[in-house]
Design a protein around this ligand. Sequence first.
Ligand SMILES: CC(C)(COP(=O)(O)OP(=O)(O)OC[C@H]1O[C@@H](n2cnc3c(N)ncnc32)[C@H](O)[C@@H]1OP(=O)(O)O)[C@@H](O)C(=O)NCCC(=O)NCCS
Length: 122
Amino acid sequence: MPEYFIGTDIVSVSRIENIIQQYSDRFKKHTFTDNEKSYCDLKPNPAIHYAGRFAAKEAIKKALYSSGIINSINFIDIEIVSSDYGVPEVQLSYPNLNNTQVKVSISHIEEYAIAFAVVSLS
Ligand SMILES: CC(C)(COP(=O)(O)OP(=O)(O)OC[C@H]1O[C@@H](n2cnc3c(N)ncnc32)[C@H](O)[C@@H]1OP(=O)(O)O)[C@@H](O)C(=O)NCCC(=O)NCCS
């Protein structure tokens, strides 16, 4: 039977927008992959989508850390790729996680983005 671990996070869109304005290159470079930046920057309001992905990465970290399989992972090593249908799919750049499945769901309104993640270990 797989074991399941969960994580959640809520992010203020205006906070992410301010950080992007203040530290654009450095913040984006350390936090978001090229695919994520391309996806968000094409949207009419990129900050909402950056905030969603930031919340997703925090939620995934919580789920991974609570599983005990790792105790540290960089934001840039967690990638959220949107499928053709808009489903957020997770790619981890971290060794020896072959038995680890990660799922995430994102939602956002103008002010806030939230995400919920599930890690399953088989
Ligand atoms: C998919 C749907 C439920 C999303 O609801 P919503 O209220 O617009 O979305 P929210 O604002 O709460 O959340 C947006 C996030 O939902 C996620 N999302 C989008 N489409 C999704 C889908 N099909 N399945 C799962 N998650 C999805 C994305 O992560 C998105 O964030 P992003 O835009 O930054 O990538 C809604 O658009 C819908 O019912 N659409 C009609 C069916 C449809 O278009 N299906 C897909 C094409 S066949």
